[in-house]
Design a protein around this ligand. Structure first.
Ligand code: BJW
Length: 239
């Protein structure tokens, strides 16, 4: 194993085989909705019932899915990796969290959810975040402010993704960057591979098929994440 500082970016493709739908289907709809009807602050202001219902359904669905072999392989890697390892997920499900809870990571590991988490909510007035495992009402009162409401703790289009300072610092110091199951269509995550190249890192894409950003990666590994990620981890640990 020659790399020491590892950054792995995951997207919806890593959870697809657990039964969580990906975003960019051929019909352009996302669980029957146009993205701009449910994943923007404007959509929430216009129709909070629609947006809360959309996220309530997805939150309930988490009870029916489990981490798959790809999540578990990364948890195994996190337990054995001797350098720094930042796992950045764009996913709002908790499948990475559950896999790492089963296999506790080594000291240099950290997981960040850059687009938020379905099982959390935040106050529209204070931004304060709280755990929220159940449904949110269209005008859910906030426990943190008398005139605040609770909304899903999700980063919508036009909003600032979370943990950006931490992510940028890790990429600047990384020598291996791996993107798994992401189309590379949404920024700033889509730009991480270029930042990693500037830092001199080796870059690897793991996906069902080459993405439009394929040429930015030194290596491509193509096939289902549940097969490709465990094999990649095995090879990485074997040096
Ligand atoms: C498998 C597989 C299997 C399937 N095995 N693989 C014009 C130009 C450039 C940028 C912009 C622009 N106009 C606006 C912007 C900015 C905008 C943006 O990027 N828009 C683009 C659409 C153009 N971005 C933002 O607004 C972000 N904020 C921002 O930029 O703030 C300013 C800023 C700048 C610089 C620094 C810091 C801040 C916010 C983005 C928020 C994204 N939110 C969403 C929804 C919320 C979460 C939710 O409801 O769940 O996040 S959108 C959606 O896309 C979701 C995802 O996290 C995200 C990425 O999707 P992902 O994961 O890549 O999924 P898919 O479906 O696209 O791809 C799945 C992949 O898996 C495919 O490649 C399959 O092949 C593969 N796959 N099965 C392996 N079994």
């Amino acid at each position: 194993m020659t790399a020491r500082n590892l950054v792995i970016l995951t997207g919806a493709g890593i959870s697809a085989e657990s039964g969580v739908p990906t975003f960019r289907a051929d019909d352009g709809l996302w669980m029957g909705h146009r993205i701009e009807d449910v994943a923007t602050p404007e959509a929430f202001a216009r129709d909070p019932a629609l947006v809360q219902d959309f996220y309530n359904r997805r939150r309930r669905q988490l009870a029916e899915v489990r981490p798959n072999a790809a999540h578990h392989a990364l948890a195994d890697l996190a337990a054995r990796w001797e350098g720094d390892f930042l796992l950045v997920t764009q996913n709002v499900d908790d499948l990475h969290d559950r896999a790492h809870a089963e296999t506790p990571p080594a000291a240099g590991f950290e997981l960040v959810h850059m687009h938020g988490e379905l099982l959390k909510a935040h106050c529209t007035r204070t931004g304060r975040v709280c755990d929220w495992p159940g449904d949110l009402a269209p005008q859910e009162p906030s426990p943190h402010h008398p005139s605040g409401r609770l909304r899903p703790h999700i980063v919508w289009f036009g909003e600032m993704p979370l943990h950006m300072e931490r992510i940028n610092a890790a990429i600047a110091a990384c020598d291996l960057f791996v993107a798994i199951g992401t189309s590379g269509e949404v920024y700033p995550a889509a730009g991480f591979v270029q930042q990693a190249r500037l830092a001199g890192a080796r870059t690897v894409e793991i996906n069902l098929a080459p993405t439009s950003g394929r040429r930015l990666f030194d290596e491509g590994v193509y096939g289902p994440a549940t097969q490709m990620v465990p094999a990649f981890v095995h090879n990485l640990m074997a040096g």
